[in-house]
Structure formats: structure tokens, C-alpha cells
Design a binder for this molecule. Structure first.
Ligand code: G3P
Ligand code: CA
Length: 317
């Protein structure tokens, strides 16, 4: 059986000890079952034995760190417009569940307690009764620039986060271990003033023409600037790869499609001592491919399924 502060939690009966071949992060919580970034999704992930949560963060108009994936409210709430243009009090009045399901077990809280701030999330994890990992993705471009990183760090420090270990201790042998992720190298380098390199994760995905079109559509420059936007996006991927090669970050966070297209690079990073945290891994065959490459961390919308997939019965021969 694995030992240590962040050893795997077994979901098997006590008579059948298991070993985890990779750690499992719940992507936006157990977002396959409940609306992403809700209390229900986070609690369900813990109940299913996830080693950690992956969360996306934005700043509100009044400088609060809230857990949302999109910069707008349109897809996941009953309102429209930018997260950045609402106060936390305004956001707390929104329905963040019903777009997916409003059927929430009572133990996961009422409909109006489902929106999560970073502080709410830390309180939930600090009372989990076991060690849990928290992977915070800083969403950019933010209208607040690097104030996003500064507010995240300030919130963590207010909960007793230790920059040297990147942990918030609860008691002996039980802690929340925090890592920081971004597609934007500038965000990671801003954090690097305070955060150890091994807790920084550079994210990347292949740049597709759909991604370029979507980004072009969101800028005032419009579609005429697609080639420029494409070059900038490809440059960010190259910069992120350089951070891994240069060991300025200790974790590489490629998407599943990136790993399929760049297996040799993934293996070389692992051989060089990097940790790989791959997203979004929901299919058993993808998990098996990643395990065969030696990938250490998987991010999934279905943590229970993936915990089973990476768990093997321990042998005592
Ligand atoms: O864990 C990284 C992954 O979440 C990045 O993609 O769009 O789901 O935030 P996205
Ligand atoms: Ca994310």
C-alpha cells in the first residue's frame, strides 16, 4: 500500500488493500454527475475517493475569487454577462445547478449554497477528514490581469498556506496541498515569485482552427486578425513547453489529444523528472495508455470510474 501524506485513499473493502498507479483529480469536481464547480460536484468527488479537485478561478467585480470555468455566466447559470462584472453577493443569488441537474442529495447542500468561492472550497477540503490536493487553474486573459494571482495567494495565505511547502496543514498527517496551473506562462511566472516550481503546472493543448476562431470572435480585433491570434496561441504552447524543459515548472499539463500526438515528448518529460497531469481522461483506454507511459496524475469528470481504473490489488508476496 502507498504510504505518505498524499497516499491514495482506498475505496475497496479493508480486506482488499489497493494501490493507485496514478493520482486522480476531479475536473471541476465530479462534473460528470453534478453541475461543474458546485458544492455537490466537489463533495461527490471526495465521496468517490478523488485524490484532489481541479478548479478554475476568476475574480468578481469586488475582488473575490470564485470557481467558474467560463468568463461568462451564460452556459452555467440562469444569468448572462461577465463574471467580472458581478459582485459575489450578486453571484450567490444565481442558480448554478439547474442547467445540469437540480436534483441534489440533501447532504450536498441546498440549491443556494452551490456556488463556490476559493474560500468555500478550502473550508470544504480542510474538513474532509483526510489529505486532499487542490489544483487551481488561473483563467486568463482576466480583465484584472495578475490581480487574479495576487487575490488567490492572499486568500490562501489567510487560510494558513505555507509558500515553502504549498500546503495548508490541518493536523498531523492531514493537509491540503495546493498546486497552480495555467495555459498562460506569464501567470505561472508571476506565481513563481512565491510558489515552488514543483507546484506549478504548465497547461497546453494543440491549437485548433476552432480555438483560434473562438478567440478571434471574443476580441475586438475580429476575424481579420486570425493569423496573428493563431501565432500568439502557438507561441504560448511553445513557451509552456520551454517552462517544462527548463524545469521552471515541475508539472506538465497536456490535454489527452496533445499526449496522443506527442507521446515521445511526454515520455521524455517524465524521464527528465517532470510530473505529468493529463486532462480530461474519462475513458478507460485513455487511462491505460497514460499509465503505460508512466503518467502520474489524471484529471477526470468521473473520479469514481478513474479511481477504479488506476487501482490494482496490492500483492504481499
Ligand atoms: O485541468 C486542465 C483543464 O481543465 C484545462 O482545460 O478548459 O477544462 O479548463 P479547461
Ligand atoms: Ca480547468
Amino acid at each position: 500500500m502507498t504510504t505518505g501524506l498524499f497516499s491514495a485513499q482506498s475505496t475497496a473493502p479493508a480486506s482488499a488493500p489497493t494501490r493507485r498507479r496514478a493520482q486522480i483529480f476531479a475536473h471541476r469536481g465530479a462534473s460528470g454527475a453534478f453541475a461543474e464547480h458546485t458544492r455537490a460536484a466537489y463533495l461527490h468527488a471526495l465521496a468517490e475517493g478523488a485524490d484532489g479537485l481541479e478548479i478554475d478561478v476568476h475574480l468578481t467585480k469586488d475582488g473575490q475569487v470564485v470557481c467558474f470555468h467560463d468568463e461568462t455566466l451564460d452556459r452555467t447559470t440562469d444569468a448572462r454577462g461577465l463574471v467580472a462584472e458581478r459582485t459575489l453577493a450578486e453571484l450567490r443569488r444565481l442558480d448554478v445547478c439547474s442547467w445540469k441537474t437540480s436534483a441534489i442529495p440533501a447532504e450536498y447542500g441546498g440549491l443556494r449554497s452551490q456556488l463556490m468561492t476559493l474560500g468555500d472550497t478550502l473550508e470544504l477540503l480542510l474538513t474532509a477528514g483526510r489529505s486532499v490536493r487542490l489544483a487551481i487553474e488561473l483563467k486568463h486573459p482576466s480583465p484584472f490581469g495578475h490581480q487574479l494571482e495576487d487575490h488567490v495567494l492572499r486568500t490562501l495565505l489567510s487560510y494558513g498556506w505555507d509558500p515553502e511547502t504549498s500546503r495548508i496543514g490541518v493536523k498531523e498527517g492531514q493537509a491540503v496541498e495546493v498546486s497552480f496551473m495555467s495555459f498562460h506562462p506569464g501567470s505561472l511566472m508571476h506565481l513563481a515569485d512565491l510558489v515552488p516550481a514543483e507546484k506549478l503546472c504548465a497547461l497546453f493543448a494543440p491549437v485548433t482552427s476552432e480555438d483560434v476562431g473562438a478567440r478571434a470572435g471574443r476580441t475586438p480585433l475580429g476575424t481579420a486578425f486570425r493569423p496573428l491570434i493563431s501565432a500568439v496561441m502557438r507561441g504560448a504552447v511553445k513557451d509552456a513547453e520551454a517552462l517544462v524543459w527548463n524545469r521552471q515548472v515541475g508539472i506538465a499539463g497536456p490535454g489527452m489529444s496533445f499526449v496522443r500526438a506527442h507521446r515521445a515528448e511526454a515520455k521524455a518529460w517524465i524521464a527528465r523528472g517532470a510530473h505529468l497531469r493529463v486532462w480530461t481522461v474519462d475513458e478507460p483506454e485513455d487511462a491505460q495508455l497514460l499509465l503505460s507511459l508512466g503518467v502520474q496524475e489524471l484529471t477526470t469528470n468521473f473520479p469514481g470510474r478513474m479511481v477504479n481504473e488506476v487501482s490494482t490489488q496490492a500483492s504481499f508476496s
